[in-house]
Structure formats: structure tokens, C-alpha cells
Ligand binder design. Structure first.
Ligand SMILES: CC(C)(COP(=O)(O)OP(=O)(O)OC[C@H]1O[C@@H](n2cnc3c(N)ncnc32)[C@H](O)[C@@H]1OP(=O)(O)O)[C@@H](O)C(=O)NCCC(=O)NCCS
Length: 437
């Protein structure tokens, strides 16, 4: 890869897979130094030998492809020049584009630039070449989760799903309108290593925008990894829900946060329900845990049925909302044809892509199941005009074109077409992806 970044420093770009040194059994020097750089970028503590090893193992399990940027040392005593000044990584995971249809997505992560090399175009160089390569490799879209909200729209990413932090008052009086089944059992959290992947795979097919999760999640749910410390967490507890045939179809992994908080609180680490019964029963179980009067969950869905399950919906408070998955459509036709279209109709859209990876005028014709997406001539008037980032926001049916038009993010050329688009883009359930990367 060559650079277009500032001409003062000589940068070298290398792309490689994380690996172990056979002789020492530890991550090889290039991998270890890559992680030294990401720790600087994300303000993480320096890794111990053990946590570094686990990090490398998880990266290998995810099939991550790493890019590192090295700079000549400009002054004495600076960090070792073999520690990259910028990092970037991607890996492939299946994404539910609606109706349980799974499509491989290009997931971007570990984007860091050392403070002394920032704002010289390193991110732009890494991102634009990576998106072009992902497009050439045939991915219909790329995705990322962002530490800051102001960076990625310029590269064509739009927020496509959100995560809600909730606090649930489980003090006496917590009651469900209908008693859920009681098919919940506590289990050793280690059991989740075997059962959670299948439960998650079932859940993923029910939730538009959900995607295969990286290795960290199973480590966290089982208590093998506390993401704050990089060590095991012996405070984790877990429970499973079983369907009528005795098959596990939901689980929760949680931790008592201690008496020191204002209220005795249980923090959820992971909560995955493949069915609505599992969802309701696991909440009923959590509310019944003694010596706690509050349950918190940072990664709840936007359309959680929990308030509707309770006799008093005020017990569920949303205390925070954050953008979660940012989606970058790389190929308008293949991305739109991959997802289902539950409402029949026709829509002509004009898409502007500042990076010129895709875009143009397209006619979407939906038969209520699938859509064909064809290039439309410029003489055909477009119903709606928007940037590629806005199309990313609509893709999973999470953002409403009517609101985007009100915000001036979509041009509604034909009155009523934003309402039509709203119905056509809906996937029946709001998108929810309980993961970040
Ligand atoms: C965010 C970060 C990767 C930017 O890297 P960088 O090499 O300085 O970015 P570039 O010089 O290539 O800038 C590219 C564009 O993004 C903009 N930009 C960069 N960082 C930004 C930020 N934090 N907020 C808003 N805009 C930002 C630049 O102004 C520039 O805009 P333009 O090209 O449209 O004029 C870097 O500051 C960093 O490592 N931060 C800490 C870790 C982090 O937050 N990573 C993101 C993980 S999701």
C-alpha cells in the first residue's frame, strides 16, 4: 500500500495476520507491537503476557486482518519504531440483512493513530484504500462501531442501529401482566461456552442488523474475560431458559455490582433470547433475585418489549442511547437486492457517493418479498435523493426517511415518497446488534 499522507514523514504500511512465535509460544513481535499501539489509541492499560496471548488468540479466532503503519523515529527516546503509529483491522462476519438472510459483511475495527501523527491523513489513507479493497472483494457493505460520532459520515458510513442502556426497578411490586413460564435454571457460566453460540445463532436470525459476534463475547459471558482488566472474572453468574421441548433458547450472564452503588444492583453482562418466551422468563428470573432491587443492561434493544410486559412500565428507564452499527454500502444494487422487501412498491433513488465506490440513480421494484434494483436513466425523475451514508442508515429499516427528509439529509423530490420509502424499507422489527467491535 502506498501513502498520500504528509510528505515530511516516511510511512511504511504492512498488512498481516496475527500470529504466534512457535519457539516462545507467545504472540510474535509484530503482533505484540501492533497491540501495544492499539492500547495507546484506546487508552487501555499495557497488556500482561497472559492478556496479550488471549488477545492474539481471539484475533486469530475472528480471522482479523491487521494493517500497521510504521514511521521513522523522528527524535531520540521515542517509542520503538517497530510499534506502529497507526493501526487498522478488518474481519468478516455474517450479518442478518432482514428476514434471517445472512450476508457476509466487512467489519472494520482497531482504527488508531498515535497523537503525534494525527491529522496528517493516515486514517483517510487507511480507510479509503480498505473500502476500495472490500468493494473489489465483493462485499456489499462495510460496518464499524465508532468511539466518536463525528468521524465516519465523511467516509459514507451512516448510523444504522442503536443501543439502549436501561435500568429496571426490580424492587417488590415488580410484576408481569402475564406470568411467564418458569423454565429457567441457573448454570455454571462455563456451560455457555458450549450452548451460547447456538442460542446466539438462533437469536441472530430474528433480529435485523444482528451479526456474528467476535470471540470476546463468549469469553465475557463465561467469565473467562473481564474486558476492563483483561483477566478472568469470578463474579459472573448465569442462567438458561429452555423451550417446551427442553432445548435452551436463551441465556443471561450477570454480575452483582455490590452494595456500594446507591441501590443493590445486578449488571447484565450478556442477555440473548431467541424467543419472546425466553426473553420474558429471563427478565422474570432476574427480577426475582434477592438482595438486589435494580438490574442494569447497557446493550438493550430499541424496541424491547420489556415495558409492555410489566404492570408498571415506568419501572424500565432508558438512561442512555448510543449509535451502534455504522453501515457503509459499497454496492447499492447487491446490498439492496440481498435484503428482503416486505412491502410491494417502486421507488427511484439518487445516491451520491463522495468516494465514488458506488452510487447513481436506481429503480427499486419490490414484489413484497424481494426487490430488483436496476440503474435508472437520468431522464427518470428520482423520488428521493440522498448520500450513501443516509442509505446506510435506512438499510436495516432503523432510520425513518421521513425524519431524514425533515433534517435535510434526504431530498424528497416527489411528495409522499418518503412515507412510501419508510414502509418499503421497514424490516418488521427494528434493527438490533448486541455487539461492538
Ligand atoms: C480518530 C483517528 C483515528 C483519526 O485519525 P487521523 O489520522 O488523525 O485522521 P485523518 O488525518 O486521516 O483525518 C481524516 C478526516 O477525519 C477528520 N477527523 C479525524 N479525527 C476526527 C475526530 N476525532 N472527530 C472529527 N473529525 C475527525 C479529519 O478532520 C479529516 O477530515 P477531512 O479529511 O474531511 O478534512 C485518531 O484521532 C485516533 O486514533 N483517535 C483515537 C482512537 C479512536 O477514536 N479511534 C476511532 C475508533 S472507531
Amino acid at each position: 500500500m502506498c501513502t498520500t499522507v504528509d510528505d515530511v514523514t516516511n510511512y511504511r504500511f504492512e498488512t498481516f495476520s496475527p500470529a504466534f512465535d512457535e519457539a516462545t509460544g507467545a504472540p510474535d513481535a509484530r503482533t505484540a507491537k501492533y497491540f501495544a499501539a492499539t492500547s495507546v489509541g484506546f487508552h487501555d492499560s499495557r497488556s500482561t503476557e497472559e492478556s496479550l496471548k488471549k488477545r492474539a488468540q481471539r484475533a486469530i479466532a475472528d480471522g482479523r486482518v491487521l494493517t500497521a503503519v510504521y514511521a521513522e523515529r523522528e527524535f531520540e527516546h521515542a517509542i520503538d519504531p517497530d510499534v506502529p503509529v497507526a493501526t487498522f483491522a478488518w474481519f468478516e462476519k455474517l450479518v442478518n440483512v432482514g428476514g434471517g438472510r445472512l450476508v457476509p459483511g466487512h467489519l472494520i475495527t482497531w482504527v488508531t493513530v498515535r497523537p503525534t501523527h494525527r491529522r496528517r491523513g493516515l486514517l483517510r489513507s487507511l480507510m479509503t484504500s480498505d473500502l476500495a479493497e472490500a468493494k473489489a472483494a465483493g462485499y456489499p457493505f462495510a460496518a464499524l462501531t465508532a468511539t466518536e460520532g463525528g468521524i465516519y459520515t465523511r467516509f459514507g458510513f451512516g448510523v444504522s442501529s442503536w443501543s439502549h442502556a436501561i435500568e429496571v426497578d426490580t424492587s417488590p411490586g415488580f410484576k408481569m401482566l402475564r406470568e411467564p413460564d418458569r423454565r429457567v435454571e441457573m448454570c455454571d457460566p462455563g456451560v455457555l461456552r458450549e450452548l451460547a453460540p447456538d442460542i446466539y445463532a438462533r437469536f441472530m436470525r430474528t433480529s435485523p442488523g444482528a451479526m456474528e459476534r467476535q470471540q470476546t463475547y463468549i469469553e465475557r459471558a463465561t467469565g473467562a474475560l473481564d474486558t476492563e482488566t483483561g483477566e478472568a472474572d469470578r463474579g459472573i453468574r448465569a442462567a438458561l431458559h429452555f423451550d417446551a421441548a427442553g432445548e435452551p433458547d436463551g441465556y443471561v450472564s450477570y454480575k452483582f455490582a455490590g452494595q456500594s452503588k446507591t441501590l443493590p444492583t445486578i449488571d447484565l453482562i450478556d442477555f440473548v433470547a431467541a424467543t419472546d418466551d425466553a426473553y420474558a422468563s429471563l427478565w422474570s428470573f432476574l427480577a426475582a433475585i434477592d438482595l438486589s432491587t435494580r438490574v442494569t443492561f447497557k446493550e438493550s434493544s430499541e424496541d424491547s418489549p420489556l415495558p409492555w410486559l410489566l404492570t408498571d412500565s415506568r419501572r424500565v428507564k432508558t438512561v442512555g442511547t448510543e449509535d451502534n452499527i455504522w453501515l457503509r454500502i459499497l454496492d447499492v444494487k447487491s446490498a439492496l437486492e440481498a435484503r428482503p422487501w416486505f412491502v410491494p412498491g417502486e421507488l427511484v433513488i439518487d445516491i451520491d457517493d463522495p468516494l465514488e465506490l458506488t452510487g447513481g440513480r436506481f429503480r427499486i421494484t419490490s414484489d413484497g418479498e424481494n426487490a430488483s434494483v436496476e440503474a435508472a436513466s437520468t431522464s427518470t425523475p428520482a423520488d428521493l435523493g440522498m448520500g450513501i451514508a443516509e442509505l446506510g442508515s435506512l438499510y436495516f429499516g432503523g432510520a425513518d426517511p421521513v425524519i431524514l427528509a425533515r433534517a435535510g439529509r434526504i431530498d424528497e423530490n416527489v411528495p409522499g415518497s418518503a412515507v412510501r420509502a419508510s414502509a418499503m424499507f421497514s424490516l418488521g422489527r427494528l434493527p438490533y446488534a448486541p455487539n461492538g467491535f
